[in-house]
Design a protein around this ligand. Structure first.
Ligand code: FEO
Length: 392
């Protein structure tokens, strides 16, 4: 069956990886897509490859539209293997195709697959004519890798935006107005938090650039196509990129014998008594991506762990390492927990908060299990933390 046309002579030859529930450690309960588009004009151009195991399916879909030897260009917006994995296969099947890529991308491609491709370097503002249509290239370094770029087709008013505006979201329909768009926004937030958060400061400029373009569609390389909610997703990116937050605190902990869990519950009572909204998670690695998505839009974060063998629990250690990489901006944070004959977790949690770039506030811990007086003190700690975070 011929692939779906998303606009006249522009075909969806991407992949829906319905059963992928883990994308390099990021849980993806709604599956993953690797989007790719074939533009058929006087010259034929493929936008992006797909993950390696799906190369034969992408090639089959291309050949349903035209013989692969007719492909003149392959735009490589991004070299991460979810988009470049099929390129070695495509290079053989499309011998007349030149790959259009940034200078950084050209190096990365060689470093991944060897010197096997016919490449043409493109720089900011470079344009190629396909016939009735043209394509203009704009690098967006670090969104998501140094090589990343977006490709704009002015005649169609379509932006092929690479990872930007993506969602790990499989849907049998292609467009935002054919699905439950709130699921797309939810997955776009999870995507931003878990993939783009370390580079969030670069986002407002990218949004400004996108807003300056006449746009009919944003085709990210992940998820469904934005066409009826373009301004909404741009507003959200602007908010996430500028660190706009809700009056909310996220509390994340793990516990051995229930002491830290009891403190967490009391801290929640204190936060809510102060008037701030709060959300409580007992850490579980399967929830990591969801927790981080909530942290993106929260003003404050509390992390808790008992001391185990002189250090924080390994579960919380893994979580704090993940946060260190993501560098959540503009948050106030503190640590809490219990200890026995000697402490250790509190100090480690506090060092990890600082290493993540968050502002460290005083924490609270208690010896062995919290007794009623300690529970009262934990409530007070939660209340006062909420006061400091809200500024009220
Ligand atoms: Fe979808 Fe950064 O790759």
């Amino acid at each position: 069956m011929k692939p779906q046309e998303i606009a006249k002579d522009i075909y969806d030859v991407g992949i829906r990886d319905w059963t992928c529930s883990d994308f390099h450690g990021f849980s993806t309960p709604r599956g993953v897509t690797y989007n790719s588009y074939l533009i058929v004009d006087e010259k034929v151009c493929l936008i992006d490859g797909v993950k390696a195991p799906f190369g034969p399916k992408q090639l089959y879909d291309i050949s349903e539209v035209l013989p692969p030897e007719k492909v003149d260009y392959i735009v490589v917006n991004h070299v991460e293997p979810d988009h470049s994995g099929s390129l070695p296969l495509l290079a053989k099947a499309c011998p007349n195709a030149t790959m259009l890529i940034t200078p950084q991308g050209a190096n990365e491609l060689k470093e991944h697959y060897g010197d096997i491709f016919k490449l043409q370097i493109v720089k900011k503002g470079d344009t190629i004519k396909l016939g009735k249509r043209s394509l203009t290239f704009v690098p967006i370094p670090m969104l998501h890798w140094p090589d990343s770029m977006v490709t704009y087709c002015p005649e169609e008013q379509i932006l092929f935006s690479s990872d930007a505006f993506g969602q790990h979201y499989c849907c049998s329909k292609r467009f935002d107005d054919e699905t439950e768009v709130e699921n797309m926004f939810y997955e776009a937030q999870r995507y931003f938090a878990n993939i783009l958060m370390p580079y969030a400061k670069l986002v407002p400029n990218a949004v400004k650039l996108v807003r300056s373009l006449p746009l009919r569609m944003i085709c990210s390389c992940h998820g469904s196509i934005w066409r009826s909610h373009i301004n909404d997703i741009l507003d959200k990116y602007e908010a996430w990129g500028t660190g706009k937050t809700l009056d909310r605190i996220i509390v994340v902990y793990d516990s051995m014998w229930g002491g830290t869990a009891a403190m967490a519950a009391a801290i929640m009572d204190g936060i809510q008594a102060q008037g701030m909204r709060a959300k409580l998670y007992r850490y579980d690695s399967s929830l990591k991506a969801v927790i981080v998505s909530d942290i993106l839009t929260a003003k404050g974060l509390l992390v808790g762990s008992p001391t185990q063998n002189g250090v924080m629990m390994p579960t919380m250690g893994a979580f704090m390492m993940y946060l260190k990489g993501l560098k959540p901006m503009g948050k106030k944070a503190a640590a809490f927990g219990t200890f026995g004959w000697a402490g250790g977790a509190q100090k480690e949690l506090e060092a990890a908060i600082t290493a993540s770039g968050m502002e460290l506030l005083p924490g609270y811990n208690c010896k062995w299990r919290p007794l009623p007086a300690d529970i009262k003190a934990a409530e007070k700690f939660g209340y006062e933390f909420a006061q400091k975070v809200s500024g009220k």
